[in-house]
Design a protein around this ligand. Structure first.
Ligand code: 13P
Length: 298
């Protein structure tokens, strides 16, 4: 069975100096594209739904079933974790019941004591079922599903306390933001990551896996430098969306220019109309897997 908790393969990535991708899905076709990419690259991956995407897909149970059934029907052999991205407490509890194999409880908007307390509760519930847990301190900039962060640097003391809750990997802001980076973005604060990594290494021998959110649009050399400093999971959403939109817009433009011919070929069929966009998602995911170094690590 290719569906697993992410704990072991994120740990393996951390120990061996590469990162696995946490790729957000939105629907059946995106899930197929991500799975095809992971299988082609022989890479372990997390397929993640945000709370909004879970709702969009008809609820977590539907999202879960789509992923599980596709993994089976597509004969996927690489390890796949079904992960909740930025979940509220109740959503985290819900996906535990539904069968997700990994989850992020995001209490970063709460006072740290409250965040730690609720994370401990989720860790207990999730680990009892072998589900891996990600938590966040500080906040990641940008906007995702209505959660708006300022792009701060994660307080190191909070990160150390969070790791002690028993989580499996930690999201911590190092100047990264969700969504497209503004033109005046200063880049990742690798100096802060270095301090964070050093502090966590004092609590956990060998260091602790850090999650880089807002993976879209960060220059590759910065991502790779971050991986050397403890990042073992990189989240990507916007880049897949942009790849899909660009290819779909191009195809629609061509369609407008060759309407009679395309109509004759029945390219209005959604299975054909969406194909360029979906292929672009697969290509984008494969390209990211190469940059993160997780190809052939399944
Ligand atoms: P991007 O949309 O910027 O790639 O961020 C994705 C993410 O961090 C999901 O949690």
């Amino acid at each position: 069975m290719a569906i697993v908790s992410a704990e072991k393969f994120v740990k393996a990535a951390h120990e061996n100096g590469y990162a696995v991708g946490g790729f957000n899905t939105n629907n059946l076709e995106w899930t197929q594209a991500i799975l095809r990419a992971a299988e082609a690259k022989k890479a372990p991956i997390l397929i993640q739904t945000s709370m909004g995407a879970g709702k969009y897909m008809g609820g977590y149970k539907t999202a879960y079933n789509i992923i599980v059934n596709l993994v089976e029907s597509m004969n996927i052999t690489v390890p796949v974790a079904i992960h909740l991205d930025h979940g509220h407490f109740e959503d985290a509890k819900e996906v535990i019941e539904v069968g997700y194999t990994s989850l992020m409880f995001d209490g970063s908007h709460l006072p740290i004591e409250e965040n730690l307390k609720l994370t401990r509760e989720i860790v207990e519930l999730a680990h009892a079922k072998g589900i891996s847990v990600e938590a966040e301190v500080g906040s990641i900039g940008g906007e995702e599903d209505g959660i708006i962060g300022e792009g701060e640097l994660a307080p190191i003391d909070d990160a150390v306390e969070m790791v002690k809750t028993g989580i499996d990997f930690l999201a911590a802001g190092i100047g990264n933001i969700h969504g497209p980076y503004p033109a005046n973005w200063k880049g990742l604060h690798l100096d802060h990551l270095e301090k964070l990594n050093a502090a966590l290494s004092e609590v956990v021998p060998g260091g602790f896996p850090i999650v880089l959110h807002g993976g879209s649009g960060i220059p590759d050399d910065q991502i790779q430098a971050a991986i050397k400093l403890g990042v073992a999971k990189v989240n990507v959403n916007t880049e897949s969306q942009q790849a899909f939109a660009a290819a779909t817009r191009k195809f629609a433009q061509e369609y407008n220019e060759n309407e009679a011919e395309y109509d004759k070929k029945k390219l209005f069929d959604p299975r054909k109309f969406l194909k360029p966009g979906i292929d672009a998602v697969q290509e984008a995911v494969e390209e990211r897997i190469d940059v993160f170094g997780s190809a052939n690590k399944a």
